[in-house]
Design a binder for this molecule. Structure first.
Ligand code: NDP
Length: 481
């Protein structure tokens, strides 16, 4: 059986514990690999390797760092199909989605930051004729990078690429549920010629390997993507050590459809934003709000389109909805469907495990796309992140009501607004408390824009020069004239 080892100082190393955890394919329920069950000792070794590599890497000219990062992008492209397959088998996502989103985005992440560092400017401030101030930005040292299971390679590379482009070395901790593409990335990074110790990957549980990283005194910076509750634990450990922290957390994103929307676009995109990746994307629109005059028409078309989604083997290129990441996670999502009933909601479609699946995937963790109506905004199902193929739908009467509904949770990650009225679009976008507002679209990502959440959806912004700012420290040099 395949063993996923840690990648430390350019070598694949067994965990100090000598223990391994099972890695399960969620579509079949079969164990497909074992991964290192690492803890503080492994993290110590990885941090020591990264610290040793830092001095030479930070002095490596930007053009050379850029060249090496582009080679990583090329190596990912050359292994595109293998990575798509590994991602699909490890997470349960449809291979079509891994081909369309996950792997291409990993390539873009490396290309984007490889070229961004060639265009950095240094501001200068004249203090009349008394002094010249200039600002330099310097890497901090060892970056701790913690990423989740829903977009494993996409989000890992979204952290590794800017961290090392800016001249840091890093220790990354992928989710124990999806270690396979991180393992493959480690080999590709070595093949690309990134020096040993610049990128280290430690596998294992969040509570041991992850926490060892957030509380390590020689890791001055943590970039974390995951759940809001875990984010609080990261803060609790990183805070007393005054680490620089960026948190990309959960969402309960509103998708607002006004009566004047172009339904030919709003309906199919809303189906995507509700159920893509089985709803396991932090940016999924899990609360649909539809203006009353078009509620019935929209809902009819939305349900009709949702029924046509093909649930099936993630390795089949025609599958739209794959398996949820684990049995425990499916249980949590099903718990919310049961809670919706208790809270007085009506399950319009879905809510059940699909039947008649092909033999190979009969023990997989599948759940039908589920649409729930009839809940007030204050209900738990309308307040808590479910992170599965479940969407609520609620009618609204006025723009003010839509804004109030949208802002009624403790989250503030993203929102979509559908309208042909430009002024209304701008007004609503300004009034919604979220880090991103899409107008007449969803998940259109320009890597230069600031990305992050308001309220309990996160702290800080990454993306473009915001990422390079996060992964460097600004220093003012004041020269008396
Ligand atoms: P978790 O918060 O459970 O885990 C995220 C990562 O943190 C994993 O690598 C996990 O390891 C690790 N971890 C767990 N506990 C600790 C700890 N105490 N200290 C340090 N690290 C720890 O999130 P999920 O993996 O379940 O991912 C889903 C969540 O991620 C959702 O809430 C989703 O909204 C959010 N997310 C946010 C995004 C954003 O950009 N805002 C993007 C994508 C997802 P392990 O899994 O091995 O336990």
């Amino acid at each position: 059986m395949k063993r996923v080892l840690n990648f430390i100082d350019g070598q694949f190393e067994p965990p100090c514990s000598g223990r391994y955890l099972p890695d399960v394919n969620p579509a079949t329920g079969q164990v497909i690999a074992e991964l290192a069950e690492s803890g503080a000792e492994d993290v110590d070794a990885a941090v020591a390797a990264a610290s040793r590599a830092f001095d030479a890497w930070r002095r490596t000219p930007a053009e050379e760092r850029s060249r090496l990062l582009i080679r990583v992008a090329e190596r990912i492209e050359e292994n595109f199909e293998e990575l798509a397959q590994l991602e699909s088998e490890d997470s349960g996502k449809p291979i079509a989605l891994a081909r369309r989103i996950d792997v291409p985005r990993a390539v873009r992440n490396f290309r984007f930051f490889a070229t961004a560092i060639l265009h950095v400017e240094t501001p200068a401030h004249m203090t009349d004729d008394r002094a010249l101030n200039y600002t330099i930005r310097q890497p901090l040292g060892v970056a701790g990078l913690i990423s989740p299971w829903n977009l494993p390679l996409y989000l890992l590379t979204w952290k590794v690429a800017p961290a090392i482009a800016a001249g840091n070395c890093c220790v990354a901790k992928p989710s124990e549920l999806t270690p396979l593409t991180a393992d493959r990335l480690a080999a590709l990074i070595a093949e690309a010629g990134i020096p040993p110790g610049v990128v280290n990957i430690v596998h294992g549980p969040g509570a041991s390997a992850g926490r060892a990283l957030t509380s390590h005194p020689k890791v001055p910076l943590i970039s974390f993507t995951g759940g809001t509750k875990t984010g609080a634990d990261v803060m609790a450990h990183a805070g007393p050590l005054f680490k620089k922290v960026s948190l990309e957390l959960g969402g309960k994103n509103p998708n607002i459809v006004f009566a004047d929307a172009d339904l030919d676009q709003a309906v199919p995109t809303s189906i995507q934003s509700s159920f893509a990746n089985q709803g396991e994307i932090c940016l999924c629109g899990s609360r649909l709000f539809v203006e009353k005059p078009i509620y019935d028409e929209f809902l009819g078309r939305f349900l009709e389109g949702t029924k046509k989604l093909r649930i099936g083997d993630p390795l089949d290129a025609s599958t739209d909805v794959g398996a949820l990441v684990s049995d425990a996670h499916r249980g949590k999502v099903e718990g919310y469907v049961a809670l919706a009933r208790e809270e007085g909601g009506e399950i319009l479609i879905g809510g059940k495990r699909p039947r008649n699946l092909p033999e190979r995937i009969q023990n997989g963790y599948f759940l039908e796309p589920t649409v729930i109506a009839g809940l007030d905004c204050g209900r738990r199902v309308m307040q808590e992140e479910i992170f599965g193929p479940v969407v609520t739908v609620t009618p609204f009467g006025s723009t003010e009501e839509a804004i109030a509904y949208a802002n009624s949770t403790r989250y503030g990650l993203s929102a979509s607004v559908w309208t042909r009225d430009l002024q209304k679009a701008h007004r609503v976008a300004a009034a919604i408390d979220s880090g991103t507002v899409w107008v007449n679209t969803w998940l259109l990502r320009d890597l230069r824009v600031p990305f992050g959440g308001m309220k309990e959806s996160g702290v800080g912004r990454e993306g473009g020069f915001d990422s390079l700012d996060f992964f460097t420290e600004a220093k003012n040099v004041c020269v008396k004239l």
